[in-house]
Design a binder for this molecule. Sequence first.
Ligand code: ADP
Length: 260
Amino acid sequence: DFSTRVTYKGNDEIGSLATAINNLSSTLERYQTNRNEFFANITHELKTPLTYIKGYTQALKKGLYQSEEEKNNYLMIIENETTQMNNLMDDLMDLSKIEEGKLNLHMEDIDLIEVIDMVINKVKIKANQKGIDVVFNSPSHGALINADGQRMEQIFTNLLENATRYTEQGTIQVTIINELQGIKISIVDTGIGIAEEDLPYLFDRFYRVDKSRSRSNGGTGLGLSIVKKLVEIHDGTIEVQSTLGKGTTFILYFPIDLNE
Ligand code: ADP
């Protein structure tokens, strides 16, 4: 039980020891609350697809459908919900590996232009279907960096899938700029935007502004927390700016080791 506190007050050594113990208790208490919340979230996130899967399986079993179309619809829901569970499992595995410091990075010299080009090609189909243009501004001499190529791909896939998911019309613009001591990448969308009061929590696990929109598009609510951690283990930074109803901008910066 971390809720106990030492009541001793004083300006002597025991007083500062008491303060230190109380601070530690508060930290542990917060940690415990976070942990409990995290498990409650996971349970909820797993229960939701399972409820759908069970419901529609039973409906199919009992022949509770009017047409072949309706039956196929049920099957599609079941398939989507299993995909949702799979996404969640993958994200949870990544998170736990990163948090335990067990994520092995395969560092290599890569060109970020090639990585992002590949990611853009992946999300372009979906974006174009929604009538969204994807524009890529890249430097002509490459954007070389020592990093884990697959993890870089994961970072930009997440950000560009989000941009596509939360944009209804307009453009997604990706820009790479080689700076003196690093590489700056911005991803600008003309989407639904994020309210100022939501921004501080955006990189928190399971934080979603619009739950149903996120879920129906395969989102787990873990994407940005993973992105942030992957950026940080590459010594990089990520920032977000947004205006509700106007769009969102993510800015990433990766330092380049000039001594290499
Ligand atoms: P999700 O899997 O729900 O997309 P993320 O961690 O990737 O989870 O993002 C957290 C939340 O941030 C999303 O649910 C969404 O509300 C918001 N969000 C992320 N990217 C954007 C964006 N480009 N435009 C608007 N909202 C966004």
